[in-house]
Ligand binder design. Sequence first.
Ligand code: AMP
Length: 239
Amino acid sequence: MPVDLSEVPTDELMKEIQHRLDCTTKPEKRIILIGPPGCGKGTQSPRIKYEHCLCHLATGDMLRAAVAAKTPLGLEAKKAMDAGALVSDDIVVGLIEEATQRAECSKGFILDGFPRTVVQARKLDEMLAKRGQAIDKVLNFVVPDSLLVERVVGRWVHPASGRSYHEKFAPPKVAGVDDTTGEPLIKRKDDNADTLKARLGAFHSQTAPVIEHYARKVVALKADRAQDEVASAIASALS
Ligand code: AMP
């Protein structure tokens, strides 16, 4: 059934068409974002995605969607997620293997929250090598742990888009609702100080070695700065 675009303003349609045309000449890019919970990966991803015509694959978002839909995979993942522990490698690698083949990922992808362990990184490299592809860049968002508690505990998210807000640092225009869709925002169950401690522990012990694994492709970004400053650092890293 054709989509009815008659209500979409012409300037928005033209902008979208221009963007799609621009995308046809963009080089392919496969990027990994690494950083602790609350480091700003989710905030920066929409800009990177738009600018480079990539898809954004956040394993945390995919797993939360599976938990909400009560799929067998979601039921299996829930316990580990509620405890701030990692879900099995097989589950997340399977999710990424399927998702990276979608049409929206034809120019490449941004991986957010994956790979979180060296085992996952090796499996990802093997999967890409079979397709004649490889990771191009790894952006490492560096933020001191002491800043993350306030960022994470005050966070509100719009689950459908992954947009995130902060009650103090980046509030929505109307409290409790998403700026773009007007839909309700939620608080993630694991965004509390106790679970954050476990998540930070898992991050430092298991994810730091992933940075070593990709050492030659890593760009370290000071991410405890204003959003626009971080965005320009990312733009130069990816240019
Ligand atoms: P995030 O939204 O990235 O903070 O992820 C939320 C939770 O989902 C984590 O605490 C883990 O339980 C699970 N998770 C997300 N990505 C992965 C991954 N690559 N490997 C294992 N567990 C993951």
